[in-house]
Design a protein around this ligand. Sequence first.
Ligand code: PMP
Length: 306
Amino acid sequence: AWDETGKIWMDGKFVEWKDANTHVLSHVIHYGSSVFEGIRCYENNGKPAIFKLKQHVKRLFESAKIYKMEIPYSQKDIEEAIKETISINKLKECYIRPVSYRGYGSLGVNPTSSPVNTAISVWGWGSYLGEEALEKGVDVGVSSWRRMAPNTLPSMSKSGANYMNAQLAKLEAIENNYDECIMLDTEGFIGEGSGENIFLIKDDVIYTPSLSSAILKGITRDSIMELITTFDYELREEKLPREMLYLADELFFTGTAAEVSPIRSVDGIQIGNGKRGHITEEIQSKFFSIVEGKTEDTFNWLTYLE
Ligand code: PMP
């Protein structure tokens, strides 16, 4: 939940939650010109531990690079600012939202006369698709909305504007009483959820869509791929036809907010036995035991505070 007594980092200074505002004529409000990150900090043996801090900050800068948006800080500065924001808000476990955006300057489409502002907010955020979802799985539908076509809005940039596409699909999913959607790419291959990547398991092979299917290169996705290298299952990253969703033995979403969330049905078709599959459970439990500090962080995923 949001703690409105908290402090937000804005361009190098901490400001009160209620004062963390921007002008209505800021470029971002009109043209979606922002890039952002979602990062989780886990309580790990009593200490805050940030999941893949460096990789998230790097992706923020890469998202900005595509849009020629110059963030006037180094990646190290932003990493430090994130740590300070968690400390000053005295949180052990939180969601972290850095955002860089074209601010108040002028309102032509040309963004170069608007400053690039950066803010970092933190708050407690539980399981994104609901507490039960992690164990029981979610019901999803394939969206009638496709992911952005290649060379339109770059899906590898985590930009605010991309989430207009995600919102269309999410709204449709909710109207159809699904927990979440799966979007296909413009060719009809499996893409991703509105805020999650997807993995599927069939006949003991683990599959995930390749980057050519207009997906975000999810950092949880990368991490789960690292985890899978220690398993005896083959992992294939490729274009996947829609019907693989229905024929999968197991399906799960990955994402910072959604973590590792099993999917129990797609378009009303039951996946596997309609429960969290055993490979999904194994991946999920290894993931949580590392982030919560119950087993050694052999992949170096965590950055500890203090
Ligand atoms: N796809 C989309 C569209 C997302 O918004 C997210 C969440 N950032 C993901 C995938 C998962 O990415 P990550 O694991 O880096 O959070």
